[in-house]
Design a protein around this ligand. Structure first.
Ligand SMILES: C[S@@+](CC[C@H](N)C(=O)[O-])C[C@H]1O[C@@H](n2cnc3c(N)ncnc32)[C@H](O)[C@@H]1O
Length: 376
């Protein structure tokens, strides 16, 4: 790197700790309110989910990240199963994510080795934990073995990006209709694939409880969709190209393989009696769309501290997006160089948040779906 670039890249930055420190959970609070919202429905579901004598009750958390964010929900699930079925029922909690996920932290949280409220493993007998690094677009667990499948804010990640966007990083900001279409088609295929794989894994009478980041179209008056952050991400990444910190190729590769589906797209696989998903035995029990303000909004209201809000927004954004930006960087950058580039990128992002934090304190829409596999 040139002297000029080195100087630019040695600024103070948000800390990034990839493995074993519970980084994701310590920085990412966007899913907290949504998990609280679905919790009573999940607990109520245990009255309906079939329990088979002599078999463990298996819960799977798809796209679990470091497992810390879902711990309160998993704790409540174990507690309710104990209330309903006593200590004899063996409970198996399975964590699922991509192979490069921070599984060290998953086990540290579960074993109570990282600070968190409480772990079900230390508080209840007869609970077993395992993890898999198989993509949720494949079959991750044996057939008919999962009684409750859960997933939060993960299914918007596609199997692959079907193309790169022209002057945008997220599908809804591309001005090229063919690009948006290719993403919509990929998202349709991937949603069906996700459901078909779960149909194999679910035991009869088992359920899926899904929280899915989606779009709604009509935000409450005066609120901005949180997706505007993706526009800023594009502008900041572009500023890095202008300053020759990243190459034209790094710029072009930065298309985020996420897709925020509409209500119609989410219910489509369940509409026809003869669809592959219905044929595989899955039925939609309930669906709700709900709006949540980003957590920074509450902090801003209470403290009005722009610096702290900009820092929180940057850390949250880095927690979910670091791997996307890292994978856009070509391998002519060394691993160390990639880290410095990302530090610089998130430093610049924080500067932009600081200029007008309120512009980015938007709302996210989540779909809450309960899906049942046909009963015996
Ligand atoms: C925004 S995080 C959500 C984490 C956690 N469920 C929560 O809501 O706090 C999305 C997670 O989905 C995972 N993910 C994305 N694509 C996946 C795939 N194909 N298979 C398994 N996990 C995936 C990511 O690695 C990431 O940990």
């Amino acid at each position: 790197m040139s002297g000029c670039r080195e100087r630019k890249l040695s600024r103070p930055h948000t800390e990034w700790v990839p493995s074993g420190a519970g980084y994701f959970t310590s920085k990412f609070s966007i899913s907290e309110e949504s998990m609280k919202h679905i919790s009573p429905t999940v607990i109520e579901s245990f009255k309906s989910i079939a329990v088979y004598s002599g078999k463990p009750f298996t819960i799977a958390d798809y796209g679990c990240a470091d497992g810390g964010t879902s711990m309160p929900l998993m704790y409540a699930c174990v507690e309710e199963l104990r209330n309903l079925h006593g200590n004899e029922l063996e409970i198996h909690i399975n964590y699922e994510d991509r192979p490069e996920n921070d599984y060290n932290s998953v086990f540290y949280y579960v074993q109570g080795l990282l600070p968190l409220s409480s772990s079900y493993l230390s508080d209840f007998p007869n609970v077993f934990v395992s993890a898999t690094g198989t993509s949720f677009y494949e079959q991750c667990f044996p057939s008919d073995s999962v009684n409750l499948g859960f997933s939060c804010l993960a299914i918007q990640w596609l199997r692959k990006k079907p193309c790169n966007f022209t002057r945008a990083i997220l599908h809804c900001f591309s001005e090229v209709p063919e690009e948006r279409n290719m993403f919509a088609k990929q998202a349709e295929k991937d949603w069906e694939q996700f459901l078909l794989m779960r149909a194999k894994e679910l035991a009869k009478g088992g359920r899926l409880a899904l929280i899915i980041a989606c779009t709604h179209g009509k935000e409450t008056e005066g609120s901005v969709p949180a997706l505007v952050i993706y526009k800023l991400l594009y502008n900041v990444w572009e500023s890095m190209e202008k300053d020759k910190i990243i190459s034209k190729k790094d710029m072009e590769e930065m298309t985020i393989p996420e897709y925020f589906r509409t209500r119609e797209e989410l219910v489509k696989p369940f509409l026809s009696d003869t669809s592959p998903v219905r044929n595989a035995g899955l039925n939609l029990v309930s669906m709700e769309l709900k709006e949540f303000p980003l957590p920074e909004k509450a902090m801003w209201k209470i403290t009005g501290n722009a610096k702290a809000c900009a820092r929180l927004m940057t850390e949250q954004t880095r927690a979910w997006s670091n791997s996307f930006f890292q994978s856009a960087l070509s391998d002519h950058h060394s691993a160390e160089e990639k880290n410095s580039i990302l530090d610089e990128f998130f430093y610049r992002l924080e500067e932009q948040f600081l200029l007008s934090p309120e512009d980015y304190m938007g709302v996210i829409w989540n779909a809450f779906m309960i899906i049942e596999k046909s009963r015996p």
